[in-house]
Design a protein around this ligand. Structure first.
Ligand code: AMP
Ligand code: MG
Length: 472
């Protein structure tokens, strides 16, 4: 039975100024290197032969029912407004419909589009596999995210700072790719009919029942507050929280120079282009508020009374830091075994983080070791842990089952930066075993797994990844 995806393409029915119809640009020699059978099943897809999958997920064959297009959007990049961005190297094939849910099926690295600017429209294998592994790991940790359906090699080379690299394409699946920047694009043009159409579309697709722009803003703020708290709770640093990389659905998208904390320090930055630390680990809660303020600004024209709109939206945006803090505290409370929070618990969390920073403790391993009594070993000077531990032990006596709470909040396995780098190097040399192993182990991040202890180790000094790159 040949490959089949149950397409119904609602975005392609929006006015033509929302996108450019465009097919993926065929590649020389498509080769399927990864395929996510579980996700394909969830999408109600018939997978066909490997040859067909290679053709479809490299862009060489447009599958039946697809209506390929490149979406247009705008966005604040590192705080500066770009009035026109768009899918410069991506192609939305269409939406797979499963029950009442729609999923964008998008190729990333599929060739130039009218929005490519100076770019070549392509991706190389490294960032493709990085996004594959990290997005699937995030999903397995219960964090809303786009997902990875397939990765193909193109048989072509792409040229980046470091020279010629193997070209690749990622097929990603998302609740949608509508961004804060999508609203900004039409707001910047004072295109009220388009804003109205986009508002109606987002409500129908993501927030059924919502009737007003202020209710939409509050709903997006709520989802984004929870999302950022989840990122923080696993030590995830997105790296490029531009408004064009912030979704209306509340999912994580656009994995570029993202990375996970090894040693805990709040100021950690990995991205080579983030020279001022705008998107540092601890700044993510501030940035998301700023991004929601940009969303609010672009919703103003939809309100009948503009002054009133500014007043109401300002109140919503100003309420967001407290929402994030509450979501953050719930997550971190669970990380130290507290299902029910009391007033003094916040200090217990912040004190632990402070001594972790002072003691150069590994973020993931310290939290994970709390439940088996070995956290002390994670500190350069274990004495600083002892005082904290006494208070904490007293506190968790009041909890019903702190061990299970901690075990389900503290992953044993995360996609560590040095493992990702090693996996990419192996894949470039033709060995995909480390890639498959990472996917397998990271699919059960909260379960100890036989023979996988090495994946919990922090990097050796020679393995430490100092910087990560967009790969664009
Ligand atoms: P990002 O912030 O990495 O998600 O991307 C910012 C913008 O640059 C988006 O509009 C992308 O489509 C575009 N872009 C990134 N890489 C490329 C590329 N290799 N070719 C064309 N456009 C690109
Ligand atoms: Mg982007």
């Amino acid at each position: 039975m040949s490959l089949h995806i149950p397409f119904d393409n609602s975005y392609a029915r929006l006015p033509s100024r929302f996108y450019t119809r465009q097919s993926p640009v065929p590649v020389r020699e498509p080769e399927l290197v990864a395929f996510n059978d579980g996700l394909a099943k969830e999408l109600g897809m018939r997978t066909g032969s490997e040859v067909e999958r290679a053709l479809v997920f490299s862009g060489n064959r447009v599958p039946d029912g697809a209506e390929p297009l490149a979406q247009v959007y705008a966005g604040h990049q590192f705080g500066g407004f770009s009035p026109q961005l768009g899918d410069g190297r991506a192609n939305l094939l269409g939406e797979a419909v499963v029950g009442d849910q729609r999923y964008d099926i998008q190729l990333k690295g599929s060739g130039p589009t009218p929005y490519s600017r100076m770019g070549d429209g392509r991706a190389w294998l490294g960032p493709v596999l990085r996004e594959y592994v990290v997005s699937e790991a995030m999903h397995a940790m219960g964090i809303p995210t786009s997902r990875a359906l397939a990765a193909t090699l193109t048989g072509e080379q792409v040229y980046r700072e470091t020279g010629a690299l193997p070209g690749a394409i990622l097929t990603r699946v998302a609740a949608s790719h509508i961004r804060v920047g999508t609203f900004q694009y039409f707001a910047a043009r004072r295109d009220l009919p388009a804003l109205e159409a986009l508002f109606a579309y987002v409500v129908e697709r993501h927030y059924p029942g919502i009737e007003s722009p202020e209710a939409l803003l509050d709903a997006v703020i709520d989802r984004q507050a929870k999302l950022i708290a989840q990122w923080m709770s696993v030590g995830f640093i997105h790296g490029v929280m531009n408004t064009d990389n912030t979704t209306l659905s509340g999912e994580t998208i656009d994995y570029g120079p993202c990375a996970f904390l090894d040693i805990y320090h709040p100021d950690t930055v990995f991205s080579s282009i983030d020279t001022h630390g705008r998107y540092a680990y601890s700044n993510q809660p501030n940035v998301i508020v700023w991004n929601m303020a940009q969303l609010a600004t672009s919703l103003v024209p939809l309100m009948p009374d503009q002054d009133k709109a500014v007043e109401v939206f300002t109140r919503s945006v100003h309420a967001m830091p407290d929402l994030i803090q509450a979501a953050w505290l719930r997550r971190f409370g669970r990380k130290i075994g507290l299902a029910q929070l009391s007033k003094t618990d916040e200090a217990l969390v912040t004190e632990l983080l402070q001594i972790m920073a002072d003691g150069r403790a590994d973020f993931t391993n310290t939290f994970r070791a709390l439940s088996d009594g070995r956290a002390r070993d994670q500190f350069l000077d274990p004495n600083i842990f002892d005082a904290w531990e006494t208070g904490w032990r007293t506190r968790i006596e009041q909890e019903e089952d702190p061990i299970s709470v901690m075990r389900s909040a503290n992953p044993a396995y995360i996609p560590r930066n040095h493992r990702i780098e090693q996996m990419i190097q192996a894949a470039v040399a033709g060995d995909f075993a480390p890639f498959e192993r990472l996917n397998t182990v990271l699919s059960k991040p909260f379960e100890g797994q036989e023979g996988a202890t090495d994946l919990t180790y922090p990097p050796e000094p020679s393995e430490v990844v100092q910087q990560t790159f967009c790969g664009t």
